[in-house]
Design a protein around this ligand. Structure first.
Ligand code: DX5
Ligand code: ZN
Length: 220
């Protein structure tokens, strides 16, 4: 198991009418990262937020903005998200004609690179890029919506990725995203994930007690 577990609350489950306050509250509650889900209604069947919103949130916190791009084609927006204040920019390999080019675009902006696998996407898709990225995001639901049920079949893939990262002696972060709750977070950590994304659990359990929920996910 990775020594340091990080919690990256997804603001997709926040109250969008007071997003700024929600982000400040997450920082106070002990979040490590702020997970920002960007959807385009094309790569995934939902629309969320763009760079302008991130830019407005940026002055409110120094926390790492963990930006999960579910948009295609992704390249033409990378600079906008970088300038808006993203710290980690994660893309899906299916959303670009050339994975190396996309990695280089993110690097050129001085940002950390994340690459994401949907539940049915195979490791082969990203294997040769593992030593070029800072974070691998494993989706444990089909991307598009918060509040879906965790797919335990991705745990096997998480273990394999953890083994690859360890074999290569890399420090790559392994993040898991979708349907994480107080029970399955234990399996996710055992499988090798060190960053847990959570929207519904953090914002809805225990009457929305963010601090308590982040604490339980971290220590369970
Ligand atoms: C789904 C998003 C997730 C999601 C997590 O496409 O990438 O980040 O919002 O929310 P929960 O924890 O509710 O599954
Ligand atoms: Zn996400």
């Amino acid at each position: 198991m990775s020594a340091q577990i990080k919690i990256s609350p997804s603001i997709l489950s926040a109250d969008f009418s007071k997003l700024g306050e929600e982000v400040i509250a997450l920082e106070k509650a002990g979040a490590d990262y702020i997970h920002i889900d960007v959807m385009d209604g094309h790569f995934v069947p939902n629309l969320t937020i763009g760079p302008e919103v991130i830019k407005k949130l940026r002055p409110l916190t120094k926390k790492t903005f963990d930006v999960h791009l579910m948009i295609s084609p992704v390249d033409k927006f990378i600079q906008d998200f970088a300038k808006a204040g993203a710290d980690i920019i994660t893309f899906h390999p299916e959303a670009t004609p050339n994975i190396s080019d996309t990695i280089n675009l993110i690097r050129k902006e001085g940002k950390k690179v994340g690459i994401s696998l949907k539940p049915k996407s195979k490791i082969d898709l990203i294997e040769k890029y593992i030593d070029q990225v800072d974070l691998i995001l494993i989706m444990s639901v089909e991307p598009g919506f918060g509040g879906q049920k965790f797919m335990p079949e991705v745990l096997e893939k998480t273990k394999k990725i953890k083994n690859l990262v360890d074999e290569k002696k890399l420090q790559t972060e392994i993040e898991i995203d979708g349907g994480i709750n107080f029970d399955n977070c234990i399996q996710a950590k055992k499988a090798g994930a060190n960053v847990l994304v959570s929207g519904s659990t953090i914002f809805k359990e225990n009457r929305g007690d963010l601090k308590k929920n982040i604490g339980i996910l971290r220590t369970n």
